[in-house]
Design a protein around this ligand. Sequence first.
Ligand code: MF3
Ligand code: CO
Length: 249
Amino acid sequence: MIYLKSPEEIEKMTRACRIVAEVLEYLKGFVRMGITTKEIENFAEDRIRSLGGIPAFKGYRGYPANICISVNEEVVHGIPSSRKLVEGDIVSIDLGVYMDGFYGDGAITLSVGKIDEETGKLLTAAEEALYLGIDNAVEGKRISDISYAIQKHVEDKGFSVVRLFVGHGIGRELHEEPQIPNYGAPGQGPRLKEGMTLAIEPMVNAGTHEVKILSDGWTAVTGDGKKSAHFEHTVLVTSNKPRILTKCN
Ligand code: MF3
Ligand code: CO
């Protein structure tokens, strides 16, 4: 069942999503060499709560932290720790906020100091893929039109899309139907309708698309140890342009 949101529900969701966007924006100025991922988590939790939200991930299926922080070859679901960031790292920060009955979900990957050229291309390709996917989130298209646009761009750039994790519907639940794979032929899956709210989230690997889960039961890492990037927005489908909800305005 895919829930279409009413204007009142969209209004509430927009507020949760705006907190996601504002906190990710603050984090761009906060993340730097020498900081630990736990310090990033603490800062994010503080910002989320002071804006009136609740961190959405803690306790979700037993997830132990407020946000996910995944460094370098970590793909998603990295658990904040005493690890210090060093120059050349890339750090993916995935943030969910719950407020007034609704969820917002977003992620960015930031570079720490100077990164090598290939890693820069990885970040650019992953972010571009997210926006190309979003361009397809319009009424009348199908879910896999989003998937196809993402996969095509990523592979054209010589990188790979992760299969094990997918984007998702979002609203009164963090994960609602439909699933949104980041790969696949176009023209498949549910038809998009005005009022659908989707979390679109390509995870892009420099090498193999395979991932492994570490013994902590959460952290997903690339199968070959090469780097991975992750960008995510919560988006509203409309009859014309998609509306990005996890955006500051
Ligand atoms: N953006 C991720 C997702 O939608 C975050 C979930 S992480 C968890 O799956 F910790 F909450 F599980
Ligand atoms: Co998500």
